[in-house]
Design a binder for this molecule. Sequence first.
Ligand SMILES: *Cc1c(COP(=O)(O)O)cnc(C)c1O
Length: 364
Amino acid sequence: MSSIDTLVNTIIRPDVRAIAGYHVADASGFIKLDAMENPYHLPHHLREELGRRLTDVALNRYPTASYAGIKQRVRDTLGIPAGYDVMLGNGSDELISILCMACATQDRRAVVLAPTPSFVMYQRSAQFAGMDYVGVPLQADLTLDLPAMLAAIAEHKPALVFLSYPNNPTGNLFAEDDIVAIIRALDGFGLAVVDEAYEPFAQQTFMHRLPEFDNLVVMRTVSKLGLAGIRLGYMSAAPQLLAECDKVRPPYNINVLTQAAAEFAFDHVEVLNQQAAALRAARADLMAALAALPGVEVFPSAANFILIRVPNSDDAHLKLLSHKVLIKNVSKMHTVLTNCLRITVSTPEENSAFLDAFAASLAS
Ligand SMILES: *Cc1c(COP(=O)(O)O)cnc(C)c1O
């Protein structure tokens, strides 16, 4: 009889065995500023009403496979152009994975290309789908290196280019003209996927430009807006493209509770929009306070998080942990992020608790 280790080594792909799992820090007891969550709950009366709505959901039935009702709500509420449909995902993470699976031709190994550092799931999903991944480094000021992007596109002919707009983990918006140049350079062989996870905080979008480009996909999520727990992402693109991607989607990928909670949230989307506005105001305050601290460099942000550079990021990160504040140390992700930390913008109370702990950490 062989050991379980032998079994694992025989069956599981070597490239999967070689990687570490997606690490999520245990946050109990911490001020949690590491994951770009909206710190605000729905108001109490809305939560009671949501509870009543969920009571009526038929848990014994599969979801309605077309998702026609909720898709119509997304189209009406979230600025999808006329004539365009949406596809829903179990978070936009699932949509990234579906796009990769749909494009992963094996006769000629298909390529995913993205600026780097960017959202880690682009590379992971490409790998799991059996695609090659090409990362094109950002410039030192964290802007796109357009000539390098265009050269890499000409060389590798990627099927998919992911552009996080604004970019995670840097927080900046890439220049609109650069993105248009990339979409045009891909014409005929590749899709440009503009990932607008932080659209509520950037208020900049390519959604209305879908009719201009056959090869543009615009992806969003309700996660950063305040519903990270329900797992709902959506994307729009030319109907012919969506129809093909839809064949790869697991048929019941959005569960009935998510569907009911999302429809309820869309009925009250002004509450979420107000929370986003409060976070945009808090972002300005937090950036100003951080910039006033000696030795701290603050990068521009159009998202609900702020990237900073400090003299010693590992030291600052550890000291913040001892103050029970959890932020993300991104300094090892890429050389352009040396000594960088990423902080999620939260309530004024949590932001000032963080600032106190951070100032103490820098001073000690
Ligand atoms: C958070 C994030 C996502 C993932 O969103 P989910 O809908 O929660 O899966 C996608 N893209 C970027 C750039 C993100 O930062």
